[in-house]
Design a protein around this ligand. Structure first.
Ligand code: PMV
Length: 312
């Protein structure tokens, strides 16, 4: 029995769209932070058949079954039972598939003695869910060509930012990210300009992190998020992940900034808002977001560490 833990990550420079070739490769370079207080715990054990249990319920997760099939095309892997659970809402735009596939490959690697290093685990995690490649590492992480294995670009200690996650709806989204991205690629007029701008956005965020330039990072992260949502919204049929509380949280973050609190928001394929700030502003940001109508609760996170084995 092997137990692994991985944390979700949120992209500050997003990817939305994949390359038209095998390997589940993002179309654009992207960059994230790993979050410490959200976690996926995955236990893998030998079993007479493959079974997946998610949050204590048996599920027929086709993405996981396909992932096991792909692994078996390269490695000997006897049937396994996978028990995975999240300490946060699953499939609701909080990157549970990122931490999920990162924890899964980490557990299988140890259980079946695959001998993969972190780079190769990142490569495998990406095939399950591209953003999962980034959750193999802690702190600030980039997923870039040519290999499309994630790379840590700075440890958490470099610039220990905090993220206040405002949960506005805990239910699972109806359209998966993969399906949504493909729809955008095929139908949104904004898709090509979005691809064209991604390299510059990545470079600007990379520099801002290196220089610990909060204002620069805030500007580029919000812009990347809003460009991605513009692509989503202009897809046919539209992909609208926001609810009124999402918009209210974004306004509250802008208002805090106008009043002098350095904070920025980012939103993924779901209605939750993540507000990023320096540690001294975390309490204020959390107080304000908790009071926004429609916010169910907030969870404050620091920067998390890499996916790892949990010793018994
Ligand atoms: O790789 P996926 O299928 O988990 O999709 C991730 C999509 C976003 O979270 C919206 C963007 C990103 O770069 O993480």
């Amino acid at each position: 029995m092997t137990h692994a833990r991985a944390h979700p990550n949120i992209a500050l420079v997003k990817y939305w769209g994949k390359q038209d070739k095998p390997g589940n490769l993002p179309a654009t370079p992207n960059l994230s932070i790993t979050l410490d207080n959200l976690a996926t715990d995955t236990v893998v054990s030998t079993h007479h058949q493959d079974e997946v249990w998610l949050n204590q319920k048996q599920v027929a997760d086709q993405k996981i079954f396909r992932f096991l099939e792909e692994l078996r095309s390269e490695f000997e892997l006897a049937p396994i039972r996978i028990e995975t659970s999240n300490n946060f809402p699953t499939g609701a735009g909080l990157a549970s598939s990122a931490s999920g596939f990162a924890a899964l490959i980490c557990a299988i690697n140890q259980h079946a003695d695959l001998g993969l290093n972190a780079d190769l685990m990142s490569d495998w995690a990406r095939r399950g869910s591209a953003s999962a490649a980034r959750s193999l590492f802690g702190g600030y992480v980039a997923l870039v060509p040519p290999l499309w294995r994630a790379q840590p670009i700075a440890p958490a200690s470099h610039w220990p930012l905090k993220t206040v996650v405002a949960i506005t709806n805990e239910t699972q989204k109806s359209i998966s990210s993969s399906e949504g991205m493909e729809r955008s690629r095929l139908t949104s007029d904004f898709y090509t300009p979005w691809l064209r701008g991604a390299g510059d956005d990545f470079a600007a965020a990379f520099d801002a992190i290196n220089n610990k330039d909060f204002a620069a990072l805030a500007e580029i992260a919000e812009l990347s998020c809003l460009k991605m949502h513009s692509v989503m919204l202009t897809s046919l049929p539209t992909l609208s992940y926001w609810n009124p509380a999402t918009l209210a949280c974004m306004d509250a973050v802008r208002e805090l900034r106008n009043q002098g609190t350095p904070v920025f928001f980012t939103v993924d394929a779901g209605p939750q808002v993540k507000a990023v700030c320096e540690p001294q502003h975390e309490t204020r940001v959390s107080e304000v977001l908790t009071q926004v109508p429609g916010v169910i609760r907030t969870i404050t996170c620091g920067l998390g560490n890499a996916a790892h084995i949990v010793e018994p």
